[in-house]
Design a protein around this ligand. Structure first.
Ligand SMILES: Nc1nc2c(ncn2[C@@H]2O[C@H](COP(=O)(O)OP(=O)(O)OP(=O)(O)O)[C@@H](O)[C@H]2O)c(=O)[nH]1
Length: 194
């Protein structure tokens, strides 16, 4: 089975949205980074996952954003404030990663608490469309596709997105290096013939 390079994933969201152990004990265990391997589309992917604290200051957030290859922005469907925190987080991410468009997924957690819902599924979908990223509603208490997509699936999709971006970047780099070689040869030929 093919083994791809490691991906660094950072999880952001307001305190209490469920970023830590509760989200998926097999993925995130502590407040620091955690390594996890998964088989995604017949490829072994090694992830280093950073569970950021909801209370971080901007400098810490920026540091973690610089560190990551991909990001999970989490809100709690029963806490509208946590949803409203997402757009500023995305804004900061764009500033830190400029001019790169970063791999990202949006996750509405606590989907098991539908009776206390403050954020409609459509609002999550709209925000994800604005941010051009995948969207999942999930429950850390029951990580099943039935609750709108499992947490693991969100992580896997993020890894796929990183892989797609890396493939495109690799192609662009290869194309630009062949262009440079062609230009150098042309220069030489022009010199020789003049
Ligand atoms: N019902 C329900 N409760 C959840 C879910 N996910 C987390 N919780 C609960 O929400 C509370 C906060 O979860 P945490 O994982 O500590 O949240 P956090 O985002 O890591 O918070 P900080 O560490 O303060 O940044 C805990 O009591 C969890 O048991 C969920 O999907 N459904």
């Amino acid at each position: 089975m093919a083994k791809s390079p490691e991906v660094k994933l950072a999880v952001f969201g307001r305190a209490g949205v469920g970023k830590s152990g509760e989200i998926n004990p097999s993925l995130i265990c502590t407040k620091s980074t955690y390594r996890h391997q998964a088989n995604i589309d017949d490829e072994t992917v090694s992830m280093e996952i950073l569970d950021t604290a909801g209370q971080e200051d901007v400098l810490q957030k920026e540091g973690h954003m610089r560190w990551g290859d991909g990001f999970i922005l989490v809100y709690d469907i029963t806490d509208r404030g946590s949803f409203e925190d997402v757009a500023p987080l995305k804004g900061l991410l764009d500033e830190v990663k400029r001019p790169k468009h970063v791999p990202l997924v949006l996750l509405g957690n606590k989907a098991d608490l539908d009776h206390a819902r403050q954020v409609a599924t459509e609002e999550g979908e709209r925000l994800a469309a604005d941010m051009a990223c995948a969207f999942y509603e999930c429950s850390a208490c029951s990580d099943q596709v039935g609750t709108g997509g499992g947490v693991a699936e969100a992580f896997h999709e993020l890894c796929r997105e990183i892989r797609r971006r890396r493939a495109v970047q690799g192609k662009t780099r290869r194309r630009s290096s062949t262009t440079h070689v062609k230009q150098a040869i042309n220069k030489m030929l022009t010199k020789i013939s003049s």
